[in-house]
Design a protein around this ligand. Structure first.
Ligand SMILES: C[S@@+](CC[C@H](N)C(=O)[O-])C[C@H]1O[C@@H](n2cnc3c(N)ncnc32)[C@H](O)[C@@H]1O
Length: 378
């Protein structure tokens, strides 16, 4: 049964936030529209598997809150067109643990006297609060600051915050000194002894460090990695590459004894996390390397049996698709969050054709989704 918009989100209903631009559409219709788009863009003749539905609310494991307002009355949410703060601390997309944590963190802004950054005036310190919840209910909290000035106050009040928020296991400061619309900067200062959040998904538990990507919908990520394993099981590859591997979700789900798995990823922190998982799980045949996915492929002399690619929205681009087309690789598992760039990449690899495909609804209430396709050389 579909819920009415006012039952789903009072912020959307009141016009305060329109980020979930499809919220007015019943959930079944959202899925059907996405499925239609995927088939039209990629392959209308493929026997597409039933889309994997998500919970419509409470699925988002990461909150990216812009902090605005004042020390005594901070807003955690977004900015309106005039640059004023809109408080969305009860945004129903977030997991229950994040929804419970945000009011405690708003109180911490007051206690630790963290002046919210004022974008038009270019004054203040606290720009964003980034909060991630693991499947076990543990929290990583990151304070994105303009400078180091408030760090000592955060450290001083951290024990009290951890008492108020016992689920908090990783806390860090990220420094983003520039006046530009980017979420975070390069420098991270971890304030807790524990540096990683344990993410229980399909395969070995993954570790997440502050500056690493993780799929925003843990249930859909688990489904994705399970399918990767199931769809490739009978291919029995002896060598696998996971390009754009992040913290290693696909690589680790495909690890088996005797199968050489290599993960390539641009983020050093993500590679450190993935390597930690492989070492703890005793997976001697799995290794991760920091590098550019395309450069790695173009520089290799021995292509593997199976390549997994899971690029950012821009897709893998003409160089890597061209390399895959002529590489002789028998199968490619392409997981994409943008069917438009996936369609372009597929057009550049005419020898590799989709034999399985499924939409996973990673981003309910928006036009976005994840699509997994298994390509076979013809
Ligand atoms: C959509 S995420 C996928 C991550 C991972 N496969 C997962 O399931 O969580 C894309 C990843 O590509 C990485 N990335 C971006 N550009 C890259 C490049 N040129 N070469 C390798 N990795 C890159 C990002 O840091 C990010 O971790």
């Amino acid at each position: 049964m579909s819920l009415a918009v006012d039952q789903l989100c009072h912020h959307f209903d009141a016009g305060r936030c329109r980020s979930c631009s499809w919220l007015g559409l019943p959930y079944d219709a959202q899925l059907a529209d996405k499925q239609r788009q995927v088939a039209e863009l990629l392959d209308p003749d493929l026997a597409w598997e039933r889309p994997v539905a998500s919970a419509q609310l409470g699925f988002r494991n990461k909150a990216k809150m812009v902090v605005s307002g004042s020390v005594d009355d901070p807003t955690l949410g977004i900015l309106n067109p005039a640059g004023g703060g809109v408080d969305l601390r009860d945004c129903p997309l977030h997991t229950a643990g994040i929804q419970a944590a945000l009011p405690v963190l708003a109180e911490f802004v007051r206690t630790a006297a963290l002046t919210p950054y004022d974008v038009p005036a270019r004054l203040g310190e606290l720009k964003h609060l980034l909060v991630t919840e693991s499947p076990d209910g543990e929290l990583m909290v990151r304070f994105v600051l303009r400078s180091q000035e408030p760090v000592s106050r955060i450290r001083k009040h951290l024990p009290a915050l951890r008492e108020a928020l016992p689920a908090l296991v990783v806390a860090s400061v990220n420094l983003q000194p520039e006046h530009k619309a980017v979420l975070e900067g390069e420098r991270e200062i971890v304030l807790t002894e524990q540096e990683t959040l344990r993410m229980r998904v399909a395969g070995p538990d993954l570790y997440l460090r502050p500056q690493s990507f993780f799929q925003t919908n843990t249930a859909m990520a688990t489904e994705l990695y399970e399918r990767a394993r199931a769809w490739t099981a009978d291919l029995a590859p002896t060598s696998v590459w996971d390009l754009y591997c992040g913290v290693g979700g696909f690589a680790l789900a495909l690890a088996r004894s005797g199968v050489a798995v290599t993960g390539i990823e641009i983020s050093r922190e993500a590679v450190a996390s993935a390597s930690q998982t492989a070492a703890e799980a005793g997976l001697a045949d799995v290794r991760f390397e920091v590098g550019d996915a395309t450069a790695y492929a173009l520089g290799s002399t021995a292509p593997p049996d199976l390549v997994v690619v899971n690029p950012p929205r821009r897709g893998i681009g003409p160089q890597l698709s061209g390399w895959l087309e002529s590489s002789g690789v028998g199968h490619v598992l392409y997981s994409s969050c943008n069917a438009v760039t996936l369609a372009k990449d597929l057009a550049a690899m005419p020898s590799l054709r989709p034999v399985r495909g499924q939409l996973l609804d990673m981003f309910p209430n928006t036009g976005h989704y994840e699509v997994l396709t298994l390509l076979r050389r013809r």
